[in-house]
Design a protein around this ligand. Structure first.
Ligand code: PLP
Length: 431
């Protein structure tokens, strides 16, 4: 199996954290997201402990909550000692509802509206990560009107290509995010930030992309950022307190993906950062990281019930399920790879090649193509593994399909963290 929390029990059923998935499907219905809460907490603590160990006590991982966002998860990551990243007022609202300590919240995004800025400042947001000059002006003005000075980081594009899918590359000059060092824009942003009365520039942020398996791109980004920090120190006598290295560590979706040792990678990045700080003659800033996927992806699976099985002779076999792109758009969007199995027949020989289709009116509504399963029949339970990240958070109601429930399982038992949407919920906003 891909991860140690996924096992096959004595009934030949897939189990997650020891819970029989066929029982869960029966009890809670499908489609169903199931999250292993113990593994989630383990992943959080791994980052917290590893960063403290290698970067020092004042370093901190921020959970990039766009990966999986609901009130309960903010409570869990806060309990584990993480801060959080949010990218919209909706995510901020959810964090507030959860009672998340907002001094540890960082507001991202390339186009924060005045309403976003107002809302965040009124609620005592810790930091904005400022993308552009217009936004900087707006934050300065709104902070001034509220009689406060607002802490910020500047988002800098270091010009790194981390060799992943182009839709998830964000650190190159040609990006809608941040200000590039190469073009000189980053320096202009520092000057502008330092000149504003109601802005406290705490440091810098970069995020080079996602699903990265080596530490090399992070070390390269750290090099560029520390060189930049040394430059602004000599140019403006400005000392950066914080360097946020972003998120992006990869996770194992299929057997073809490598295992990643987060602690070893953080150790490597840390020793690199320390070396460069000494070389460039700058004090080591407080280091932040922003893992999203690597906190939640491998904690989750999705359970579906098989409907029709269509064999198109000499061409293709389609297995249709009671979900699809509304609960997991990632194959339709990026062609993302997933591991798929029959949860109720987990020990049977997988000798039937098929594509897993959702139930929307779109040919592109696929979860995965050309996977091997035991020949499914109507009523089988199909499990898609490693769906904890960017599934529920990207879910839609396309074709008026209600979003599935999120069930947390672990040593504290099982509990519904997000209720299944009802048909009534679908019409709540209709006038
Ligand atoms: C998406 C995002 C992250 C999280 O990336 P993962 O690949 O999920 O770890 C972190 N920081 C920023 C700015 C992001 O946009």
């Amino acid at each position: 199996m891909l991860y140690p929390n996924l096992t096959i029990n004595e009934n030949g059923h897939l189990a997650i954290a020891g819970f029989d998935t066929v029982d869960l499907a029966k009890k809670y219905g499908t489609a169903l997201y199931v999250i292993d809460e113990d593994r989630l907490r383990q992943n959080c603590r791994l980052y917290v402990n590893s960063m403290k160990k290698h970067f020092g006590e004042d370093s901190m991982p921020l959970y990039a909550s766009k990966a999986l966002c609901f009130t309960g998860i903010y409570r869990i990551v806060a309990e584990c000692g993480m801060g959080t990243d949010i990218v919209s007022s909706g995510e901020l609202y959810t964090a507030i509802k959860a009672g998340f300590p907002l001094e540890k919240a960082f507001f991202h995004g390339n186009n924060k509206t005045d309403a976003d800025i107002e809302y965040a400042i009124e609620n005592g947001l810790g930091y904005f990560i400022v993308d552009n000059e217009e936004e900087l002006g707006a934050i300065n003005e709104i902070a001034g009107a509220h009689g406060i000075s607002q802490k910020i980081l500047l988002r800098i594009t270091p010009g790194i290509d981390p060799h992943t899918h182009k839709a998830v590359v964000t650190g190159s000059v040609d990006s809608k995010f941040g200000s590039a060092i190469e073009t000189g824009r980053a320096y202009e942003m520092v000057e502008a930030a330092l000149s504003k009365n109601h802005i406290i520039l705490e440091g810098f942020h970069c995020h080079i992309g996602s699903q990265i398996f080596e530490c090399e791109p992070f070390c390269d980004a750290a090099d560029i950022m520390l060189k930049f920090i040394a430059d602004v120190k000599s140019k403006y006598s400005y000392r950066a307190n914080i360097l946020n290295l972003g998120g992006g560590f990869g996770v194992r979706y299929t057997e073809a993906d490598p295992h990643i040792d987060i602690d070893a990678n953080i150790a490597d990045v840390a020793s690199h950062v320390k070396k460069r700080c000494a070389e460039f003659g700058v004090d080591m800033p407080k280091i932040l990281m922003e893992p999203g996927r690597s906190i939640v992806a491998d904690t989750g699976i999705t359970l579906y019930t098989v409907g029709s099985v269509k064999e198109i002779a000499d061409l293709k076999n389609y297995v249709s399920i009671d979900g699809g792109m509304p609960d997991n758009p990632r194959y339709a969007l990026y062609g993302s790879a997933y591991t798929v199995m029959l949860a109720n027949r987990a020990n049977e020989t997988a000798d039937f090649k098929c594509s897993i289709a959702g139930r929307c009116c779109e040919s592109g509504d696929l979860i995965q193509e050309n996977v091997m399963l035991p020949r499914p029949v109507r009523g089988d339970i199909l499990a898609v593994l490693v769906t904890g990240a960017y599934n529920y958070s990207m879910a839609s109601n396309y074709n008026r399909i209600p979003r599935p429930a999120i069930l947390l399982v672990g040593k504290n038992g099982e509990r519904i963290a997000v209720k299944r949407e009802t048909f009534e919920d679908l019409c709540l906003c209709d006038n």
